[in-house]
Write a protein that binds this ligand. Structure first.
Ligand SMILES: Cc1ncc(C[n+]2csc(CCOP(=O)(O)OP(=O)(O)O)c2C)c(N)n1
Ligand SMILES: [Mg+2]
Length: 436
């Protein structure tokens, strides 16, 4: 166990020095009007009865969670409204049904994402990889937990922080890594890069760079599922910053109006680029509670814990599939690196203490490892082995990417969505705009 803890899951923040100096900023004083509003605010959460009930129970059995609740650090403001609803989530039917091998597989998937991202960062820092790179370290449980609930008819779509979702649905490390290197063997033939991983055959619809642009596309997936009478649902991920885009409100309206089988998962990592949640969003209860205005059900949960995430998301997806009811689930999570590698250290807008605290106490992989050790599902030696395999797989994928050829010059106009309004030209080079 000790040996296990010594394993480096996340690269330590370099600024221990500044950590000692930096003072955690006090919360901004509330105006009298805001205080009055906060007093009035009543819980309107329409989460399923089961979850609401669980909230009244004693805190989760896990010691670390209980400790965290007692301390309630100031920087938890991002997740002030997104706290565990409590209860023993391992007993939730969706988790109780998990076999030991499946639990180990969930660990493997999370470790694969982490090691993949670390390899990518390494080559980016060396200048061998270029373009954008939005890392998912710290958020692995959200994508892995979601993919583990998909039934073969569900569809998922996300934004530009998309590597974790891609690997979780079964995309290979080689095609993903090659895409990051801009090579022709990449999943988007080297022309999409980090933000545009796609695998429709795996029910994964990308990978989108326009903030919240994926939300109406997700709605379209849900519409198609309902229209075709498929027993599935769509899951559309968005960030805490993306909820402020007008199109998301339009989506909620249409989801309710058409009763579409969709779950919007807000991955609340506390920041949109360099802007903290407190500085970007007016919040009365939670971001998810905005769904209330559209008569859409909503709930919140901590994403650091796989059992908790699976319990909440499982019931929301089930409701979407069975009753064609939309749902908004806000998940507390945290990204270890900056918005992208352009601000990789991300220390200008958040304190080193904050980052370290999340890494130490809320790391989803360490938590899951400890859970499985407690359940005697794995041994420390097995964990070491799985992690070593993930590292080796990521290193081999990087070698594959580097050795792969660049896209050919002729391929530059292939797979381009090209519409024209002239019939002759349409016949030769593209599609006619309002054709057939
Ligand atoms: C419409 C639009 N506006 C602005 C941007 C620039 N931009 C890219 S990411 C981002 C922040 C989004 O933050 P969040 O939704 O919390 O997602 P996270 O990066 O935390 O995963 C912004 C403003 C963009 N890509 N698209
Ligand atoms: Mg964010």
């Amino acid at each position: 166990m000790e040996k296990l803890m010594a394993r480096t899951l996340s690269l330590p923040s370099k600024s221990k020095k500044s950590a000692a100096k930096k003072v955690v900023r006090p919360a901004a004083p509330k105006s009298a009007a805001k205080k009055a509003l906060a007093k009035q605010a009543k819980p309107l959460n329409k989460a399923p009865a089961k979850v609401v009930k669980a909230a009244k129970k004693a805190p989760v059995s896990s010691k670390s969670v209980a400790t965290k609740k007692a301390e309630a650090p100031e920087y938890f403001t991002h997740h002030k409204f997104v706290r565990s609803t409590g209860g023993d989530f391992s007993k939730d039917p969706v988790n109780a049904a998990l076999k030991p091998a499946q639990k180990i597989q969930l660990l493997r998937e999370m470790l694969r994402i982490r090691r993949f991202e670390q390899q990518a960062l390494k080559y980016y820092n060396q200048g061998i990889m270029g373009g954008f790179l939005h890392l998912y370290n710290g958020q692995e449980s959200v994508a892995v937990g979601t993919a583990s609930l998909m039934n073969g008819h569900d569809e998922i779509i996300t934004a530009y922080r998309d590597h974790g979702h891609a690997l979780s649905v079964g995309m290979g490390m080689n095609e993903c890594m090659a895409e990051l290197f801009g090579k022709g063997t990449g999943c988007s033939k080297g022309k999409g890069g980090s933000m545009h991983f796609f695998a429709p055959d795996k029910h994964y619809w990308g990978g989108h760079g326009i903030v919240a642009g994926q939300t109406p596309l997700g709605l379209g997936l849900a519409f198609a599922i309902k229209y075709k009478g498929i027993h599935g649902c769509a899951v559309a991920f968005l960030g805490d910053g993306a909820v402020n885009q007008g199109v998301f409100s339009e989506c909620l309206n249409m989801a309710a109006l058409f009763e579409l089988p969709i779950v919007f998962v807000i991955e609340n990592n506390g920041y949109s680029m360099g802007t903290s949640l407190a500085r970007s969003s007016a919040i009365r209860q939670s971001l998810a509670s905005r769904a209330e205005g559209f008569d859409v059900d909503w709930s919140v949960c901590e994403g650091f814990d796989l059992y908790e995430l699976r319990a909440h998301l499982g019931s929301a997806m089930d409701k979407a599939r069975k009753q064609s009811r939309p749902h908004v689930l806000e998940v507390a999570t945290y990204r270890y690196y900056g918005h992208s590698v352009a601000d990789a250290n991300a220390k200008k807008y958040r304190s080193p203490e904050e980052i370290e605290r999340y890494k130490t106490d809320f790391d989803p992989i360490t938590r899951w490892e400890n859970q499985l050790l407690k359940e005697k599902v794995v041994t420390p030696a097995q964990i070491e082995k799985i992690d070593a395999e993930a590292k080796a797989e990521a290193a081999a994928a990087a070698e594959f990417g580097i050795a792969s050829p660049w896209p050919s010059e002729e391929s530059i106009f292939e797979d381009i969505y090209h519409e024209v309004d002239h019939k002759t030209e349409a016949g030769q080079t593209g599609r006619f705009f309002f054709s057939e």
